[in-house]
Design a protein around this ligand. Structure first.
Ligand code: DGL
Length: 266
């Protein structure tokens, strides 16, 4: 069991930002990544639909070959994590609690702005998690739906991306925060654009490293760490064909990553 893989799924390829952090934290572990690109985006869909999609992604991972599962997608974590935890035999980890931990560690004024998809914002999952971890932190949320397609397009450091971020921020009455939490898998790719918009004293964070630590600690405590000292393997799967040299893939894992096309419909 300890040498089996960690299953990671996302609504698409943005979850590769999470996989990258997990791989950095646990280079000897093997990972199977599933991107549900056929049904992207999740971030505009209802809780019932996202939960149905997330369950079908979870079923893709064979419990005999996967020792735990990571829901890399913020929207799926926000809407389906409790349902997945109940349904799955293996341990299931989401991205919202680690993101909140990352923001808590850096906010000095205890004022955080969460940027996320419309569905994640609507779910209130980040608000609940902040309340649980530190109710004294005041949290604003902002839905930024256009940032996912901009990241998919590879416009990571583009004046149009910075302009779109500025446009979303213009709906805030005041900039009363010292920390911005990136609550969507795609947003870490846009770090350079965020840095153009936010002054240096505002921290821009995401939960990837915290999630890596959480899972590493869990594997250690439960005796499930891969005993082999050789680097683990990576398997990339997607629910539709992935064109060669997509900016998201090549910027995170280099060119020529072979994706298997899988059918998860039942
Ligand atoms: N993966 C989603 C998230 O982190 C963003 C993309 C989508 O809308 O499906 O919320």
């Amino acid at each position: 069991m300890s040498s089996s893989a960690i299953g990671v799924f996302d609504s698409g390829l943005g979850g590769l930002t999470v996989l990258k952090e997990l791989r950095a934290a646990m280079p000897n572990e093997s990972f199977v990544y599933l991107g549900d690109v056929a049904r992207l985006p999740y971030g505009t869909k209802s809780s019932a639909v996202v939960t149905r999609y997330a369950k079908s992604c979870a079923r893709f991972f064979d419990p005999h070959e996967t020792k735990l599962m990571v829901v890399a997608c913020n929207t799926a974590t926000a809407m389906a994590l409790p349902a997945l935890k109940t349904a799955e035999k293996s341990e299931v980890f989401g991205v919202i609690a680690p993101g909140v931990r990352a923001a808590r560690q850096v906010t000095r004024k205890k004022k955080v702005l969460v940027l996320a998809t419309p569905s994640t914002v609507r779910s209130g999952a980040y608000l609940q998690e902040f309340k649980l971890q530190d109710p004294s932190i005041s949290v604003q949320q902002l839905a930024c739906p256009l940032l996912v397609p901009l990241a998919e397009e590879g416009w990571f450091n583009h004046s149009a991306t910075a302009e779109v971020i500025r446009h979303y921020l213009s709906s805030l009455r005041t900039w009363d925060f010292d920390t911005v939490l990136l609550g969507c898998t795609h947003y870490p790719l846009l770090q350079d654009s965020f840095r153009k918009v936010f002054p240096e004293e505002i921290a821009v964070v995401h939960g990837g490293q915290e999630l890596g630590k959480e899972i590493r600690d869990y594997l250690m405590a439960s005796g499930l760490r891969n005993p082999l000292s050789v680097p683990g393997t990576l398997r990339f799967c997607a629910t539709d064909e992935i064109p060669a040299s997509l900016p998201i893939v090549s910027s995170l894992f280099g060119a020529d990553i072979p994706f298997e096309t899988v059918d998860i419909s039942v």
